[in-house]
Ligand binder design. Sequence first.
Ligand code: CA
Ligand code: CA
Length: 192
Amino acid sequence: MSRPCNEAYNINKCDGNPCKNGGTCNNNKVAFTCSCAVGWTGTFCEVESAARCPIGWDHHGNSCYLFSKDTQSWNNSSDSCASVGASLVAIESQTEQTFIQNRLRHEFASFMWWLGGNDQFVSTDQTWYWVQTEQKINSGYTDWHRKEPDNPGQQHCLAMRKDFNYQWCDDYCPELHAYICEMTLGDLDFIG
Ligand SMILES: [Ca+2]
Ligand SMILES: [Ca+2]
């Protein structure tokens, strides 16, 4: 857009809203500025920006991850993730599993980490589901350790273990472990 240099100060620079993609125009005396919606940047919010994860969260693919060293039961871990607009992680590809394995390799806070799988979540027939997506775990990507799950009917919650090279296992849900929250970048506007 062109702005003539003799433009009067009392003209509302925001007329016609020059800010694109849901941006809000702020009318100043000499110019306007755009406050851009999440995911947009540039003078007119015309440039798509990489959405950013909250401070303390790791970015991978289209998600942000919180590796919480706070040890909790599975239920409390799940609630903690929900309280920040996330959920316990659903690992749905080798790429995602590898990212988490590499991230935990240098993390000594906990021997085990809770994941967002549970076999009593949808039904009590010991079918494993991701709570985040409500998809059957064993219908998609899995990385169970070869000896796991080894306690059907007793261990209803999904975890990963350091001595299994962070492959998956079932465990007793009240056990206290560190946990991993995941939120997708599309959910970020919920937390501002
Ligand atoms: Ca995921
Ligand atoms: Ca087990």
